[in-house]
Ligand binder design. Structure first.
Ligand SMILES: Nc1nc2c(ncn2[C@@H]2O[C@H](COP(=O)(O)OP(=O)(O)OP(=O)(O)O)[C@@H](O)[C@H]2O)c(=O)[nH]1
Length: 622
């Protein structure tokens, strides 16, 4: 239902606009609540409604997570209170909830004046609730505390209202209660959004300034950029300018999403909408950048812009070497929609041609890999993920290492590794288990607070490298699933790191090299060596498998020699049968990779890497 009268896009007075987002821990019901709001405000009618309307990507819907934020304009007629009967425009900005996408969350928040802080009434506050709340407060947002899922038999609204009120310093009676599932309390919440969240303020006469809070590549339209107008007015058919690069673009279309795109002649102060310029790559329309009008440009960009920086690297290789060009094309396509994805060609003696790719985090890696396999039909091997190391050489040179096999030889001075500030929320009973885990991962306790009688917040500094392996799964299993985790980058620290090489018959296998802490080197070496010993078939000569730091061997396994005579079974004189067997053996050899003189089946690499691989961090889901 298109908006009417004074509420047309481009002609809505700021005091009739409310811009808000919903922030929540994963699975606390943000998408479901958003769906109910779409229905109640009648922008989507019941027939069109499908679960999680706003999550457009298939992977998002299947995994139930939100990756790309979207903004929807919802006209709402206030039902109760002083403003009853009045029409207002609510712009809801859906934010991603995972730590990998913190930068996108913070930009979405900056486009709003208020936030609905949604907490599952059966779970209470979780680590991400806190992290998101802090982000919202940093952005000066008005926060409306809301308990969701009050229809659940296990809901404890009294207890958690108390907890929430304590956290944000309000009265427990100010905590709203809704059910995204049944719709209970949602109309009241919309009224409260209008009543509590401040209207946008901006200078309507100033040169235009709009902030980009999302940008999405569309096959048919090119890049669709989501903006929030701060000052002035953006008119359709103007030429716009990106303030970070100075690039000028023709404006092909301007509009709002409600929830399908509706074209508009202009967007004024406080409005949220989209623009299309014909650029083909989201890198030309970056989240956080400021858009202005070329004819009358603003002089100062809005603050807060920063480039996304990859935190985790992994090599991606096609299992079938002839798929390499396909993989390159697929990465080129994904890049159009993902300003944070970086990659460059790399060759591995063991795995052939592939790409070293940089990601924001493990979930990002997993999503990209899954899209490559699913949307482009590729079969891939990914090497164990690693973080970015900085190495100061004794001669004063500095190296940045994104691939363990490029770890410099020679006189190494100091090695630095990235660290994160992690927040773990856990019931009291598991504090010991959590501390043990964090200490085992070289964590340093920074602080500890009781949120309520039985819930504790622990703050740790941890090396990122220790988290990207099974940390999250360990945390969950040691706390019976009760603890939650959130973390953010926090610089780097000096560390006692070494590179462990794995040698087959004296030849290093680059795909298995790893940079690990000195104390863990032995463990890594033994694990990989014994795994390979089981995976590699016997050869015609004895094959030692060694783990080494430099020239010092720290672990060794041996594959004993065997002489495999395939013809021994064919004692008869049938020459065609013999030939067939020899052919078959040749076929088998094609699937082998030669490492020095050793034949290694492709499967051995896959098996060894997939188990030493971080177990797909289930997106911090459960
Ligand atoms: N009983 C009940 N279940 C709900 C309610 N709201 C959401 N759920 C369920 O909770 C689960 C998570 O809901 P989502 O809306 O996908 O959660 P989300 O916060 O959007 O999750 P992410 O997008 O992954 O951050 C789903 O299985 C929903 O069906 C509610 O009010 N009551």
């Amino acid at each position: 239902m298109p908006p009417t009268g004074a509420l047309l896009p481009g002609a809505t007075p700021p005091d009739l606009i409310r811009n808000f987002c919903i922030i929540a821990h994963i699975d606390h019901g943000k998408s479901t609540l958003a769906d109910r709001m779409l229905q109640l405000t009648e922008v989507v009618d019941a027939r069109q409604m499908r679960a999680q309307y706003l999550d457009r990507m298939d992977i998002e819907r299947e995994r139930g997570i939100t990756i790309k934020s979207q903004a929807v304009r919802m006209p709402w007629q206030v039902r109760e209170g002083e403003q009853a009967g009045e029409m207002v425009v609510l712009n809801m900005i859906d934010t991603p909830g995972h730590v990998d996408f913190t930068y996108e969350v913070s930009r979405s928040l900056a486009a709003c004046e208020g936030a609905v802080l949604l907490v599952d009434a059966a779970q209470g506050i979780e680590a991400q609730t806190l992290a998101n709340l802090y982000l919202a407060l940093e952005n000066d947002l008005h926060v409306i505390p809301v308990l969701n899922k009050i229809d659940l038999p296990a809901a404890q609204p009294e207890k958690y209202a108390e907890e929430l009120a304590h956290l944000i310093g309000c009265d427990p009676s100010d905590v709203l209660r809704v059910s995204g599932k049944t719709g209970e309390g949602v109309a009241h919440l919309l009224d409260e959004i209008v009543r509590q969240i401040p209207a946008p303020k901006g200078d309507a006469d100033a040169p235009a300034r709009a902030m980009i809070f999302d940008s999405v590549y569309d096959v048919y339209r090119g890049v669709i950029t989501y903006i929030r107008v701060i000052d002035g007015r953006i008119e359709a058919r103007e030429r716009i300018k990106m303030m970070s690069t100075g690039a000028v673009h023709e404006l092909l279309e301007l509009g709002v999403i409600s929830p399908e795109p509706i074209k508009s002649a202009a967007l004024g102060v406080g409005e949220v909408g989209y623009l299309i310029t014909g650029v083909k790559d989201v890198r030309q329309s970056r989240v956080g950048d400021t858009v202005t009008i070329n004819a009358r440009p603003a002089t100062e960009a809005l603050g807060g812009y920063s480039d996304p920086k990859p935190m985790v690297y992994s090599g991606l290789y096609p299992i079938d070497g002839s798929d390499y060009p396909l993989l390159r094309d697929a990465l080129d396509k994904l890049k159009l929609n993902d300003a944070a994805l970086v990659y460059e060609p790399e060759t591995s003696a063991a795995l052939g041609f592939g790409f070293r790719c940089g990601f924001l985090g493990l979930l990002h890696l997993e999503i990209i890999r899954e899209r490559l396999e699913r949307e482009f039909g590729l079969d891939l091997i990914s090497t164990a993920p690693n973080v970015v190391y900085r190495v100061d050489m004794e001669d004063g040179a500095e190296r940045v290492v994104t691939n363990p096999s490029e770890y410099p030889a020679g006189k190494i001075g100091t090695v630095y590794e990235p660290v994160v500030r992690a927040t773990v929320l856990t019931p009291n009973d598991y504090v010991g288990a959590v501390m043990e885990l964090c200490q085992g991962r070289r964590g340093q306790l920074q602080g500890m607070d009781y949120l309520s009688a039985d819930r504790v917040e622990l703050r740790y500094t941890l090396p990122l490298a220790e988290i990207i392996f099974d940390f999250f799964d360990q945390l969950k299993s040691r706390t019976k699933g009760y603890a939650s985790l959130d973390y953010e980058p926090s610089g780097e620290q000096e560390s006692d790191l070494v590179k462990v090489d794995i040698l087959l018959h004296g030849e290093p296998v680059d795909a298995f090299s790893a940079i690990v802490h000195k104390d863990k080197a032995y463990n890594y070496g033994v694990t990989i060596a014994s795994k390979l010993q089981k995976l590699i078939p016997r050869q015609q000569f004895e094959v030692p498998i060694q783990a080494a730091i430099g020239s010092r061997v720290i672990a060794r396994e041996t594959i004993r020699a065997i002489r495999k005579d395939v013809l021994s079974k064919c004692y008869g004189g049938d020459i065609t049968r013999k030939r067939k067997l020899l052919e078959k053996q040749k076929e088998g050899k094609k699937r082998m990779k030669m490492v020095g003189r050793v034949e290694v089946p492709q499967e051995a690499f896959i098996a060894a890497l997939s188990t030493s691989d971080a177990p797909a961090d289930k997106g911090a889901k459960k």
